[in-house]
Design a protein around this ligand. Sequence first.
Ligand code: SF4
Length: 213
Amino acid sequence: MKEYRFIAETPSAKIVVCLNYIKVSAKSLIPYENNNSLKIRCEQGCQNYNNKWSCPPHSPKYSVISKKFNNAYVFLFYCHLEQFSYIKTPYMKIRVANSILKSRSDKIIRQLEKESNGKMLANNSCRLCKECSCKTKESKCKKPSKLRFSMESVGLNVESIAMDFFDHKLLSYSKDNVPLYSSVVTTILTNEIIEEDKINELFLNMGIEFYLA
Ligand code: SF4
């Protein structure tokens, strides 16, 4: 599998981000759907549960949302934390790395989604509004056309997908265990074929330095 890299420029440093992607059939992700364990994890461990329209119990199952699509393009973005030597604490290194990965991948994949008439499964819960109208008990989402569900929220086991498709272990952070790298995974469901040239062109048009590793 090819690995690409691009430079994420921040006010303090130029961070190298690694990118891998794979095309599979949309159906082939269905075995990674596990709504029971997800329900328990979200219900018991996440403050977004029932407080965001993008999250359970409001999010659809993957097997339902993927029905009208043939292809799934799964993207893995990651960056090594050693690049953040200018930041003092491990916790802040992770926060900055995650913020870079999530913002860049969201921007890139949303653009690719538009160009492929697809549907993005995002890397996080929806953050488009300051406060989700679900939390304030309004009757519906304020920006339904822009709302995207995350891979986790539709029931997908992202750890297993990263391992099986990219041989990439998602590492978690704890005080005693600072990971080597931070990662995000996101997907586009589409009926079109996204050629490699299209991705190259997209990066070029976005003014992002992009190269084969
Ligand atoms: S667009 Fe706004 S209202 Fe809709 S899910 Fe996202 S944060 Fe909530």
